[in-house]
Design a protein around this ligand. Structure first.
Ligand code: COA
Length: 150
């Protein structure tokens, strides 16, 4: 049968976690554990989404909301599906819904050497507002703190 459904974003569920962990392990030096995803999904301040293409999860994004601010906690795209606009689409989706919700600021941290992610955030208008020294303890790498005014 022809699969003609467009990719779409939906809320993450615990049933998604095994597939997400496979992407997570291929995306980060210190991947989140199952427990971290479970805890995040249970948190009333977190909002977590997956991008679905066909039957597969191609990416996911997790944010925390505190008042009129949101903080991007995690975003990754399956390595086989990068540079196809998925990361940008997920970010645009959550930023659009944050704006509609009168959220004023979006923050995130990114590894200084993570040039693909930094390029994505800069393209969306994020500005560097500071640095957290040695934030990534396993490599002692600094985090760049970025902010977008919505
Ligand atoms: N090199 C340079 N710029 C890049 C890039 C790369 N490898 N990947 C993305 N970008 C920038 C470009 O400006 C791109 O626009 P363009 O394709 O028109 O040039 C823009 O980001 C949007 O790219 P998109 O295709 O939407 O990104 P993606 O779906 O590949 O997802 C990440 C980007 C960062 C989420 C993905 O690389 C990833 O999962 N990385 C591993 C996990 C990670 O580092 N997460 C971020 C933690 S802070």
């Amino acid at each position: 049968m022809k699969e003609d459904k467009q990719p779409y974003m939906r809320t993450m569920t615990t049933g998604d976690i095994p597939e997400i962990i496979e992407i997570e392990k291929r995306s980060f030096i210190s991947p989140w554990t199952r427990g971290m995803f479970v805890q995040t999904l249970a948190s009333p301040v977190s909002h977590s989404f997956v991008m679905i293409d066909g039957q597969r999860i191609t990416g996911y994004i997790i944010l925390y909301q505190a008042g009129l601010e949101i903080h991007i906690m995690n975003i990754a795209v399956h390595p086989d599906h990068r540079r196809q606009g998925i990361g940008g689409a997920m970010m645009a989706g959550i930023l659009e819904s944050a704006r509609a919700d009168s959220v004023e600021l979006c923050f995130l941290e990114v590894r200084e050497t993570n040039f693909p992610a930094r390029a994505l955030y800069e393209k969306l208008g994020f500005k560097n507002i500071g640095k957290r020294k040695g934030y990534y303890s396993e490599t002692n790498e600094d985090a760049i703190v970025m902010q977008l005014s919505l």
